[in-house]
Write a protein that binds this ligand. Structure first.
Ligand code: DSN
Length: 430
């Protein structure tokens, strides 16, 4: 960064500071990861200079020889990874991807049936604070048993029959188990809804074959972010099944036409020019996810999460659903330590372990200081850590929470965290 260092030392200093933070600390935020140096190079490439409104072969600007090629490559790789008919790689992130789907299929006032936010659903699945909640009617399902994580499919069917949703939405940002996609699809068929899976958190685990692919159960649409377990640049993507046709021509609203409806919803319906440096970086990340080593990585993420969950429970912590089948776990901090998730997050910040507070099912506490804490293993697995390291991290989490008033102990824990972090380099950081 010799140019930046000279021209803008302030920004240079912040980037270097962030590099140090990432290098010396441990990243347990379940939705974060470290991209490869190749993804970073594509992100920092001259593709950032280019406007490419439209789709490959059908753009509103000239000079698209290489942008067309790179977007087509990203699309082909995404389709192969998820085994689907169509991929739109232009959504700027997960929220725009979800919103584009709603606008592709719904009319104002239509109903979507999704998971309750405190049970693991996501803000963009119709939280009352979102703009989407003003336009569409979002209704909810929950877990039947928070001890096992089993979704209440009877209730889901009851609500679906009553509310007649146009979309049944599977997908979560804080749910440690796997849903029964077949049951959801059957209920959707009963009430004439399409099925959408927001797989942002687990996309990497799906393409690696570690978790089930909703398309194998007849789902119509998958939305996802491209960072998180997929380990690409920050961005979004919509995958779908159906007939692919010219996105610049209007089509009838049918299930068969979903790919075209989605394309038209993303552009010109919702977004302007796609970020082509991001598209290039997505193509690189998808290429990486096709390699056999990615399968090994994804399997290790889950092994690590299970080890961390097991150790936390051995140390007396209460986890929602008593464990995990994926990359994340949610700890009830009130039950585990008698303090809320915000406080535990702040204590862990002091020792160099980064986490994110989280609600627990039907949380009586507010979202900014909720009862829970979410932890995940994708990032530390990228750095090469294995089960024994996860157990050690779990012990540090518990020690820090118990010894929160003892600054001497916290200082000692931070030193240990830094020492172990330095043994596991962050890709792209020297
Ligand atoms: N903000 C992401 C997460 O942390 O789960 C989801 O959008």
């Amino acid at each position: 960064m010799s140019s930046l260092k000279t021209t803008d030392p302030q920004v240079y200093k912040f980037i270097k500071g962030e590099e140090q933070r990432q290098k010396l600390g441990m990243e347990l935020i379940a939705s974060e990861n470290y991209v490869s140096p190749s993804v970073l190079e594509a992100l920092g490439s001259v593709f950032t200079n280019k406007y490419s409104e439209g789709y490959p072969g059908r753009r509103y600007y000239g000079g698209q020889e290489f942008t067309d090629a790179v977007e087509s490559l990203a699309i082909e790789r995404a389709k192969k990874l998820f085994r689907c008919d169509h991929a739109n790689v232009q959504p700027l992130s997960g929220a725009p991807a979800n919103i584009a789907v709603y606008f592709a299929w719904l009319e104002p006032g239509d109903t979507v049936l999704g998971m309750d936010l405190t049970h693991g659903g996501h803000l963009t699945h119709g939280s009352p604070v979102t703009h989407m909640a003003k336009l569409f009617n979002f209704v909810r399902y929950k877990m039947k048993d928070v001890e096992t994580g089993e979704i209440d499919y009877d209730e889901l069917r009851k609500v679906a029959r009553k509310e007649k949703p146009k979309i049944i939405l599977a997908g979560f940002s804080a749910y440690p188990r796997e849903p029964d996609y077949a049951k959801m699809k059957a209920i959707a068929d009963e009430v004439g809804a399409i099925t959408m899976a927001d797989m942002a958190h687990i996309a990497g685990l799906i393409v690696a074959g570690v978790l089930k692919n909703p398309f194998d159960f007849g789902f119509n649409i998958i939305t996802t972010t491209t960072h998180k377990t997929l380990r690409g640049p920050r961005g979004g993507m919509i995958l779908s099944m159906g007939k692919v046709s010219n996105p610049l021509k209007a089509v009838e609203k049918t299930v068969e036409n979903l790919p075209t409806l989605i394309d038209r919803s993303v552009f010109p319906g919702f977004q302007g020019g796609p970020h082509m440096n991001n598209t290039a970086a997505k193509a690189v990340a998808f290429g990486e996810a096709m390699k056999p080593s990615f399968k090994v990585y994804a399997r290790q993420i889950v092994k690590n999460a299970k080890a961390m969950a097991d150790e936390l429970m051995k140390q007396g912590c209460k986890l929602i659903t008593n464990g995990t089948d994926n990359h994340l776990m949610v700890m009830d901090c009130i039950k585990s330590f008698g303090i809320d998730g915000k406080e535990v997050e702040q204590i862990l910040d002091k020792i160099g372990i980064t986490t994110s507070k989280s609600t627990v099912p039907d949380d009586p506490l507010p979202p900014f200081a909720p009862s829970g804490l979410r932890l995940g293993t994708p990032a530390m697995t990228t750095r090469g850590m294995k089960e024994k390291h996860m157990r050690q991290i779990a012990k540090w989490v518990v020690d820090a929470a118990h010894e929160r008033k003892n600054s001497k102990v916290l200082k000692k824990l931070k030193k240990e965290v830094v020492e172990m972090s330095l043994q596991f380099p962050v890709p792209g950081i020297k």
